[in-house]
Design a binder for this molecule. Structure first.
Ligand SMILES: NC(=O)c1ccc[n+]([C@@H]2O[C@H](COP(=O)([O-])OP(=O)(O)OC[C@H]3O[C@@H](n4cnc5c(N)ncnc54)[C@H](O)[C@@H]3O)[C@@H](O)[C@H]2O)c1
Length: 321
């Protein structure tokens, strides 16, 4: 019998503040070598996705192991789906015991993804933004932009400026958090700026960068996507979640492919959190954290959901497979 956790159960189990704490711990455990994570595998969805949704899509298989559990997230990115009222991100997180190999849970994965993606932005800001940073700009107030804003608010940041090409998305997020709606340039001028667009065009411009800002770029999580003008990277001290993944399919992948940025130019967040690598070196720097989304972040959420279930805080139907 395997418990199946739907999105409501996942979100009832883990608050944005909880996610911030456990995702930070996941980065630290991974950096210490306690949690392991083989490379993420991309599977192109092929012409069917283009025909059905008008845009390419892909599947991602993301395995991780740590703390007695092994997880595999099978998740999509079908950006064209939003025009057809279908989810961009969908799939399941399989959770197995690393003691017996038995499958112990199945989790709805868009909720897991949103919680841990938003948390990565907040963890990066707490580690890399100057002490004085307060205000937030959210560029792209869709599914994951909402969770990034919630995570930053839970970490004590705000007020904020929410921007989206769909005005109603920015308005809904601003209303939820008591923040303002603004245009792209207004959002990009805030102390902490999180970008969560599909990554088709730059939304962070070199000429607009200001000393002391922290940028968390979340939207570019596959090759060919970027949210930051290439010239802006030279002004930033660069960080990523994992160089292997970020250089192949993140904000930095274009610059990495062009030989403009190499592993020596970019620090991973986990060692920074442990104090094993330098973070921000001065208040006048601009820091940029390239998040591509790590399987260990999903593993952290799985631990928290199972913990809440075992404590009786959430319920889930059991299925016999
Ligand atoms: N780094 C990670 O861990 C991670 C995790 C999940 C998703 N993502 C990526 O984040 C991106 C967003 O995913 P989502 O699920 O939130 O999608 P979504 O469609 O729900 O949200 C994207 C939002 O960006 C808005 N937008 C598009 N172009 C814009 C622009 N130029 N300026 C302002 N807003 C703009 C859209 O209107 C939409 O509301 C995708 O590329 C996805 O692959 C990254």
């Amino acid at each position: 019998m395997v418990p199946v956790f739907d999105a409501a159960a996942v979100l009832a189990a883990v608050s944005p503040a909880d996610a911030n704490a456990i995702v930070r711990e996941a980065f630290e455990r991974h950096a210490r070598g306690e949690w392991e994570m083989p490379a993420k595998v991309y599977v192109d969805a092929g012409p069917e996705a283009v025909e059905a949704s008008g845009a390419p899509g892909d599947f991602r298989a993301m395995p991780a192991r740590g703390g007695g559990l092994a997880t595999l997230k099978w998740v999509t990115s079908f950006p064209g789906n939003s025009a057809h009222d279908l989810p961009v991100v969908t799939g399941a997180l399989l959770v197995s015991s690393s003691a017996t190999g038995e499958l112990v849970a199945i989790l709805e994965c868009a909720s897991v993804t949103s919680l841990r993606t938003g948390a990565a932005a907040a963890v990066s800001a707490s580690a890399l933004a100057p002490e004085s940073a307060a205000t937030v700009g959210v560029i792209g107030s869709g599914v994951n932009g909402v969770f990034a804003a919630r995570a930053l608010a839970a970490a004590g940041y705000g007020a904020g400026v929410c921007c989206d090409v769909r005005a109603e998305s920015a308005e809904a997020l601003a209303a939820e958090l008591g923040w303002q709606v603004g245009d792209r340039a207004e959002a990009a001028a805030q102390d902490v700026v999180v970008t969560v667009t599909p990554g088709h065009e730059p939304v962070i411009l070199a000429a607009e960068l200001r000393a002391g800002q922290h940028l968390a770029t979340l939207g570019a999580d596959a090759a060919g996507k970027a949210e930051v003008e290439r010239d802006a990277l030279a002004r930033c001290r660069l960080f990523c979640d994992e160089w292997r993944q970020a250089s192949g399919g993140g904000e930095l992948s274009g610059a990495a492919a062009a030989g403009e940025v190499g592993p020596g130019d970019v620090a991973e967040l986990g060692p920074v959190l442990l104090g094993d690598a330098p973070g921000r070196v001065g208040d006048d720097e601009v820091t940029l954290f390239d998040s591509t989304g790590l399987a260990i972040q999903d593993l952290a959420i799985a631990h928290a959901v199972l913990g809440a279930w075992r404590e009786g805080r959430i319920e889930a139907p059991n299925v016999r497979l």
